[in-house]
Write a protein that binds this ligand. Structure first.
Ligand code: PLP
Length: 428
């Protein structure tokens, strides 16, 4: 498979280069130049299994990883349950949160960490992963890379803006995982990381890699659970499946789009956002206008400039009408998010996390006759207990490990980050 930059058609690289570089030339995102069409027979199997996952991923990885090794990586990636739970007639939740950090990001992070470990085995340089997070990414990446030899992970998170549970997931590991608590918001963490990647002097001294969802090795394996869910639906209902995807950076829904383009029969992909409605505005006006992110109760989706939008534009050839038809959306308020958590709990005894609640509510406005909706349950409600408790007071808070075990405070200042990294260079 050849990947190109969404901002430079002349750049053509293989899977290994795309994974190691992270970001493509001219600030573009690596995107497959063509989508392989799957063999129809694959969909006739009785159930989803590792061999199907291997067949699906092989064309994207090409010659860069031997088949046996890829199969081993996939079996370690998909080593937790992905149950499809019925909420009401024609509406299901695909629970993607039974992995180690209880969010779908475990799938991408587990795959990518193993792929990077494989690619860097031959080098004896330490790989430094620098990542900004609003909560779930940092936890999943930290867990995926914990004790991976030759790797040091530096997670920048905004002080007081992640839930206690998320913070403990990042700060309780130690070893090669360094949690940096920044005096600022998520956008500040992101800006610090971007500045480090642009700093050629730093990069000549330190081998830096990114682990955000722009990385092909993080978003591509996410297509696998769209297939898994398809096999879990009764055969005669499989032609009417639509996926509702609570979206922030739009990596998850882009993985679904790739599954659909490969030939998985998906009726519609429905990315729903919170008050960060850049995509919804694009659908209504045809104009894409990035704005600063707004803070909401579904904080993992607080993104004002969804980076994977560039991939969607590339894959659907900038066709606004087609994007409207294939990927309809709506924006949902915090008030309606809370109302939905309350309603589903009262009616079905099911606790939706705030992100899935955004999806559920938005879908009620876009529903079609005869459609079977699968809402992606992107995180466990446990991670957002304080939000849930606003409407379900009896909801129990999870046990949180000691918070301050392994964290370093950092002012929102690039020189402070450089000072920190220079001590790491000396000691590691
Ligand atoms: C990251 C995240 C999202 C958004 O996913 P994207 O791929 O960025 O659109 C949604 N829900 C939860 C819980 C997340 O952690």
């Amino acid at each position: 498979m050849i990947y190109t930059s969404t901002n430079n058609k002349k750049e053509l690289v293989d899977f290994k280069t795309a994974t190691l570089n992270g970001l493509a030339s001219n600030n573009g995102l690596y995107t497959p130049t063509h989508i392989p069409i799957l063999d129809d027979k694959l969909l006739e199997a009785e159930a989803f299994n590792l061999d199907i996952a291997l067949e699906l991923m092989k064309p994207f990885v090409g010659e860069c990883i031997p088949e046996e090794k890829l199969k081993e990586i996939l079996s370690e990636t998909l080593n937790f349950e992905l149950p499809l739970v019925k909420l009401e007639p024609n509406t299901y939740c695909l629970e993607l949160f039974h992995g180690p950090t209880e969010a779908f990001k475990d799938v991408g992070a587990r795959f990518m960490s193993r792929v990077l470990a494989y690619f860097s085995k031959s080098s004896n340089e330490t790989n430094h992963i620098l990542v900004a997070t609003s909560g779930d990414t940092g936890a999943a990446v930290a867990n995926g890379f914990h004790n991976v030899p030759g790797t040091q992970v530096h997670v920048l998170f905004p002080k007081g803006k992640v839930s206690e549970y998320q913070e403990s997931q990042m700060t309780s590991l130690g070893d090669n995982i360094h949690a940096l608590e920044v005096e600022g918001v998520f956008d500040d963490c992101q800006a610090l990381v971007k500045q480090a990647f642009r700093d050629n002097d730093l990069r000549s001294k330190l081998k830096l890699s990114s682990a955000n969802s722009i990385n092909v090795a993080r978003f591509l394996p996410q297509m696998l659970y769209y297939f898994k869910a398809f096999f879990d639906v009764e055969k005669d209902l499989r032609s009417s499946i639509s996926f509702v995807v609570p979206s922030g950076n739009f990596g998850n829904v882009t993985a679904g789009l790739i599954a659909q383009m490969m030939g998985l029969p998906i009726r519609r992909l429905i990315p729903i956002t919170n008050a960060n409605d850049t995509y919804f505005k694009y659908l209504s006006t045809g104009k894409y206008q990035a704005v600063p992110s707004k803070q909401t109760l579904s904080n993992a989706m607080d993104v004002g400039d969804p980076s994977n939008f560039a991939r969607i534009q590339y894959l659907l050839k900038q066709d606004w009408n087609k994007i409207n038809e294939m990927l309809p959306s709506i924006s949902v308020s915090d008030k309606d998010t809370l109302g939905t958590i309350d309603k589903l709990y009262k009616e079905a005894g099911y606790v939706l996390d705030p992100h899935a609640a955004v999806g559920y509510y938005g879908y009620q406005h876009l529903k079609q006759e005869g459609e079977l909706a699968i809402i992606l349950g992107t995180a466990s409600p446990k991670k957002f207990a304080s939000v849930i408790q606003q409407v379900i007071p009896s909801y129990e808070s999870p046990n949180v490990n000691a918070l301050s075990t392994h964290k370093i405070s950092l002012p929102n200042d690039y020189h402070a980050l450089l000072d920190y990294l220079s001590t790491i260079m000396v000691s590691k």
